[in-house]
Design a binder for this molecule. Structure first.
Ligand code: ZN
Length: 546
């Protein structure tokens, strides 16, 4: 009995302290696969984060409740030090509680719309005629001012369609839903000079401003001011997407007095109304919008929990994704699934009895959709930058991030020298059968489309997982279709397994992950104006306003 126990303790301590190699590694990886195959919690986590607590707009009580639930759940799994970490969002929370929209004449029908966040409600049903503005194309300031002067009396007391209908052609060649293996291998091959550099740069397709012309954002802001000042009742934007998809973002001022009640209408309904107006017929619309504001939302929270380390417990390996979402669906693929996968990767290690040498810390961010605000605040507060480090800076080994939908992980982009990516590539190698094809180094410190870039901007090892696209860009990303139903459980499980394996290596190996030295650290990219302009915010993308 005693001998068995001693042997058991020896096994436990081996599992706890030795890096796993050879047959041991194969056994260990088999345990990861078995735990996830038999006991996955991903869909349960997804149910709570989406059905119960979604949507999770930053500053909203839903997001805070989702964070509290995640802490409770991770604590139940045996994690420690679960807590919310406050940061200053500076804007009140906002939620839409009710919406209805109708065309009353010349035909009767229900309209498909989403409310623009941080805009005011209607204080009861509003019925009025529709008026469509035809804004000049790419105007200069003089042209826009001259045009608006002609509209002042026309928009008063009206429901205003803000611009021409966008023409959305039928998609004849839909984009691929999976990356083929050959492509993925090339993408994560360190010897391929054209390998992807990860999501280091800005995403979206914001056009550079043309000289003398106003940007879409400037036009949008002036239009809001003009409509409020002119006594228009409601602003209607064209969603400009196929199949009644709607991406509704936010009133950029976060100030209810600076925008009208605003909805983003399906391209199909918008077009129908525009065509009826073009016949010369009057169109009567009716809207009822109930929004609620939460002053306490000025303080937002990141959600953090840990599996404490052992002999190297002051060193930390982090993993996470953003928990906040947009508001027109329940934010399943963006990015409840990323949170569920990362919680799961850490849970797997806990469940198979790993005692990590270093502390494993899960962080679920807020404020990502408004410009990576939560992760920026966290990095600033805890780590500082390579140039101005805080004491915790040298203790962070790496941060893994996942934020591109439900598709399985296909590879990793690792900020740091090639030797750092090589460590991750080695950890992922036994999982090629699940579709993960390697890791490549990135040296971009540009703040970009997701939270790993908050770390790499500071010179820390931000690791971004690349994924199969599935329906992310074509259907679910930031849209009213981003729900639980669009999750592929099998893909998410595969991601959790491969991340668990890579996480384990970083938590156990004797050495730190190789880093850039003082001589090799890439310089910070030049600042382009204010941080808000340096990071193209989602609302600057087409399909939102105008
Ligand atoms: Zn996201």
């Amino acid at each position: 009995m005693l001998r068995t126990r001693a042997l058991f303790m020896l096994c436990v301590s081996l599992l706890s302290y030795a890096p796993v190699l050879g047959q041991d590694a194969a056994d260990f990886n088999a345990k990861i696969r078995k735990e996830e195959t038999d006991n996955s919690q991903i869909m349960r986590t997804m149910h709570f984060l989406t059905d119960v607590y979604g949507p999770r707009l930053t500053g909203s009580p839903n997001l805070k409740a989702a964070g509290e639930w995640a802490i409770k759940q991770m604590t139940a799994w045996g994690f420690e030090n679960g807590h919310l970490e406050a940061w200053d969002f500076g804007h009140p929370g906002w939620m839409n509680e009710r919406f209805s929209g109708f065309i009353n004449s010349p035909v009767k029908d229900t309209l498909t719309c989403e409310v623009l966040s941080w805009t005011p409600g209607t204080n009861g049903p509003v019925t009025a005629h529709a008026y469509q503005m035809t804004l000049p194309e790419k105007p200069s300031q003089e042209e826009l001012t001259a045009y608006l002067a002609t509209q002042k009396d026309k928009v008063k007391g009206e429901i205003v369609l803000a611009g021409k209908q966008q023409i959305v052609p039928v998609t004849l060649t839909p984009p691929a839903r999976r990356q083929d293996d050959k492509q993925a291998k090339e993408r994560y091959d360190p010897n391929n000079p054209n390998a992807a550099q990860g999501r280091g740069g800005p995403r979206g397709n914001q056009q550079p401003p043309e000289p003398g012309k106003l940007t879409a954002r400037q036009i949008d802001e002036q239009l809001d001011q003009f409509l409020v000042a002119s006594g228009a009742l409601i602003r209607v934007n064209d969603a400009g997407r196929e199949h009644r998809q709607i991406r509704a973002f936010n009133n950029r001022t976060f100030d209810a007095t600076k925008a009208l009640p605003t909805v983003v209408m399906s391209n199909e309904d918008y077009g129908r109304i525009a065509r009826i107006l073009a016949d010369g017929s009057a169109v009567e619309l009716e809207f009822n919008i109930v929004n609620r504001w939460y002053p306490e939302g000025k303080t937002a929270y990141n959600t953090v929990a840990e599996i404490p380390g052992t002999d190297k417990k002051d060193e930390v390996v982090m993993l996470g994704g953003h928990l906040d979402s947009w508001h027109s669906a329940t934010g399943a693929t963006d990015n409840a699934i990323g949170c569920a996968v990362m919680m799961e990767a850490a849970r797997i290690l806990r469940a198979i009895g790993v005692k990590p040498r270093r502390t494993i810390r899960v962080a679920l961010w807020s404020g990502e959709e408004e410009g990576l605000l939560g992760s920026q605040a966290y990095v600033k507060q805890h780590f500082g930058t390579f140039e101005e480090p805080k004491p915790e800076y040298s203790k962070l080994i790496a941060y893994f991030n996942i934020d591109s939908g439900t598709g399985r992980a296909r590879g990793a982009s690792v900020f740091g020298p090639p030797e750092g990516a090589a460590v991750i590539r080695q950890a992922l190698a036994p999982f090629e059968d699940l579709g993960v094809m390697g890791a490549i180094a990135s040296k971009s410190r540009a703040l970009g489309g997701t939270d790993s870039t908050s770390f790499s901007q500071a010179g820390l090892a931000g690791i971004g997982m690349g994924q199969d696209p599935i329906e992310y860009n074509s259907a679910t990303w930031h849209t009213n279709l981003d729900t639980y139903e669009r999750i592929i459980e099998d893909d998410a499980k595969k991601s959790a397994m491969v991340i668990a394996a890579a996480l384990y290596q970083l938590a156990m190996r004797d050495e730190l992950l190789p880093r850039f030295s003082k001589e090799t650290m890439p310089p910070l990219p030049p600042k382009e104006g204010t941080p808000a302009q340096a990071t193209p915010t989602p609302q600057a993308r087409p399909g939102n306003k105008l």
